[in-house]
Design a protein around this ligand. Structure first.
Ligand code: SF4
Length: 344
């Protein structure tokens, strides 16, 4: 596709969001990336939180991290460039061990993934022997490898219920755990905040959590929601389950990024407010030009923000930054992912 065609397509979608001179420059970069992509037999995955010009130009697939990794595993391309953060690229490597997986920025991390280590999980397992460990996919491979089963924000409650046990260790997102506890009617404790002691044996806890948080979704508050509702009483508010349970309770709908996108496409509302990463709000607005999206957007993920078109071009040009997962960890991590996929 020529620079001019890419520019016209970006202008049609993002003309209201991105200045014209920037669109022209980004179209040139996108054209170079698409050429390199063909040369290197690569596939580009674009997470929903990518900046709009990247999201709407170079990815072969866009979506949630797990969905993207699964799609990439099914292609015959030899190289996967993951426009997302490190734990996502690791998941792609876990599912496609024979492919080269590249992350365009070396240090695109995640506050949730960094909140817990494999040693933390081993300590919890020693503290609660025999209790199954459910781990959110927003974790590094070494943490998945210590887990019995993974979950996403879309299937977390179903995964917990599928285990049919009285007690579950749920890691590492404190808010997602509290939201699952509310949804499943389970009582939750945080052993790092309340260390176990003699009395705890008699407590009716069923979910054992961990104080990890997404630094982006942690910023939304019930006061934000009340302010918007005062100005737009007919607004429909959608929250990501990484938001606090109070914010989720004050919203009209809570779901993963894919479910939020579907909700906006399928439900007719006078106004929508998305409580999630702001590039995703821009991307949904661009895909639904007939819908009125309100902005509450000062919250850009600093890790996702490191992935730019320039870095994506350089990833292809210089074959960087390669993601490796030791086979012994990958083998155990993939089991936790596959157990989740088996429950649907
Ligand atoms: S938005 Fe939150 S969960 Fe997602 S990568 Fe950024 S810090 Fe991690």
């Amino acid at each position: 596709m020529s620079v001019q065609t890419i520019y016209q397509e970006l202008k049609a979608k993002l003309g209201d969001v991105v200045p014209e001179f920037e669109l022209q420059y980004k179209a040139e970069l996108a054209e170079e990336i698409n050429r390199l992509k063909q040369e290197k037999k690569a596939i580009i995955l674009g997470h929903n939180y990518m900046e709009p010009a990247l999201f709407h130009s170079v990815p072969d697939f866009t979506g949630d991290s797990l969905e993207l990794s699964r799609k990439a595993a099914r292609t015959d391309r030899e190289v996967i460039v993951f426009c997302g953060v490190e734990f996502m690229a690791e998941t792609a490597k876990i599912l496609s061990p024979d492919k080269t997986v590249l992350l365009p920025a070396e240090k695109a991390g995640c506050s949730l993934a960094e909140s817990i280590t494999a040693a933390d999980v081993r300590r919890l397992k020693a503290q609660y022997p025999g209790v199954p460990v459910v781990t959110y996919v927003n974790t590094y491979a070494e943490v998945k490898a210590e887990s019995d089963i993974c979950c996403t924000s879309g299937n977390a409650a179903a995964v917990v219920e599928s285990l049919k046990t009285d007690t579950v260790i749920f890691l590492p997102d404190e808010y997602l755990a509290r939201n699952v506890a509310r949804e499943t009617g389970k009582h939750i404790i945080f052993p790092t905040v309340t260390p176990p002691n003699g009395h705890e044996a008699g407590l009716d806890y069923q979910l054992i959590g961990w104080p990890g948080r997404c630094e982006v979704h942690d910023k939304f508050s019930v006061a934000d929601i009340n302010n918007v509702r005062r100005q737009f009483p007919d607004v429909v508010i959608l929250a990501h389950p990484e938001c606090s349970p109070e914010v989720v309770a004050a919203s009209d709908f809570a779901g993963s990024t894919s479910r939020m996108i579907r909700y906006v496409e399928e439900i007719a509302a006078p106004h929508y407010l998305l409580l999630t990463e702001c590039a995703m709000g821009d991307n949904i607005a661009a895909a639904n030009p007939d819908k009125e999206m309100l902005r509450l957007c000062s919250v850009r993920c600093p890790h996702m923000n490191q992935i730019t078109l320039e870095e994506t071009r350089d990833a292809l040009k210089y074959n960087r930054y390669r993601i490796e997962v030791p086979e012994e960890i990958r083998r155990r991590a993939v089991q936790a992912v596959e157990r989740m996929l088996a429950i649907g």
